[in-house]
Design a protein around this ligand. Sequence first.
Ligand SMILES: NC(=O)c1ccc[n+]([C@@H]2O[C@H](COP(=O)([O-])OP(=O)(O)OC[C@H]3O[C@@H](n4cnc5c(N)ncnc54)[C@H](OP(=O)(O)O)[C@@H]3O)[C@@H](O)[C@H]2O)c1
Length: 330
Amino acid sequence: MKAIVIKEFGSVDVLQYVDNYPQPVMADNQVLLKVYAAGINPLDWKIRQGQLKALLGSKFPLILGNDASGVVVAVGKLVRDFKVGDEVFCLLDANQRASWTGFAKSGAYAEYAVTRADTLAHKPKNITHQQAASIPLAALTAYQVLMHRAHIKQGDKVLINGASGGVGLFALQIAKALGANVTAICSERHHHLVLGLGANAAIDYKTQDIRHISQKFDVIYDVVANMPFVSYQHLLNPNGVVVSNVVNPMSLLATQFNPVLKVLGFKKRYTFAWVKASGVDLAQIACLIERNQLQTFIEQSYTLSNIKIAHAHSESGKVQGKLVLDLSAL
Ligand SMILES: NC(=O)c1ccc[n+]([C@@H]2O[C@H](COP(=O)([O-])OP(=O)(O)OC[C@H]3O[C@@H](n4cnc5c(N)ncnc54)[C@H](OP(=O)(O)O)[C@@H]3O)[C@@H](O)[C@H]2O)c1
């Protein structure tokens, strides 16, 4: 099959297009997908660069990509909820069992991919495969952070730092669908978009120091985590919570040892979230899409042969919404 493969960690130059890669072998609890489109996430180039090798190991060759949308072409003996011909999307996890770290095994940058049936949801009928592939990882991250970690509720005041990127745009829309009052932080060129999606206010981080905002918030969702959270804890209401999804030594320490943070001067609740592949959560997201409460924004779509350009764009950190790979012509 055709695939993008890496055989070592490194720059975009390690991304190789191959057209005779063996098709993956499906286990009893998995399905085999014909991939029509794959999403591109910062996670992909972080893995490519070797940033996560301590957690993921260094097994090569490796096919990147965790977001897939396509059609089921074979199902394992234990699979009940999906059948051949179903149009599905998923945060793909090629592991037969979910790993203890929660990290999903990639494989979406290919003509065919396997994933556990419990990672799948039916593709909403009102969107294309490219749109569907742009959703799972980023929307699940936003959904799980807001629902399972921050437990947001109607009327909460929510501050989103990095509101115009892949995760941020979903977080903004999910928070609004749940009745929150949202302040979006992003560059000025994206204010029109975030205000159009219902943000109650937009702040340009280039011209305003967010540490000096006069308002208080119940939830601060720090999508980009580009400053120490101790520096903005005064923006939280007494029972407020900071949630982030960026892995750094401080966030890992914070997750495990909130008491240690207290000693270091952080007086509020902090929590770090790592996205989990979940067909159940993805089905909830699919409902929001079908009710037109959640839209996806694709800045650009690439073919497999343009994967290096696509990764370089994602690495720039200036993507509005999502980037996808179109595999429908393979
Ligand atoms: N832990 C997890 O499970 C998990 C899951 C998903 C993502 N992540 C991580 O979360 C981060 C964001 O992911 P993403 O997919 O949203 O990335 P993305 O699509 O590349 O978006 C990044 C956004 O950050 C904004 N930005 C850049 N500099 C900023 C600054 N100084 N202040 C505020 N915003 C700034 C940019 O907006 P402007 O152009 O408006 O500046 C851009 O839209 C990545 O590091 C990713 O690896 C972690």
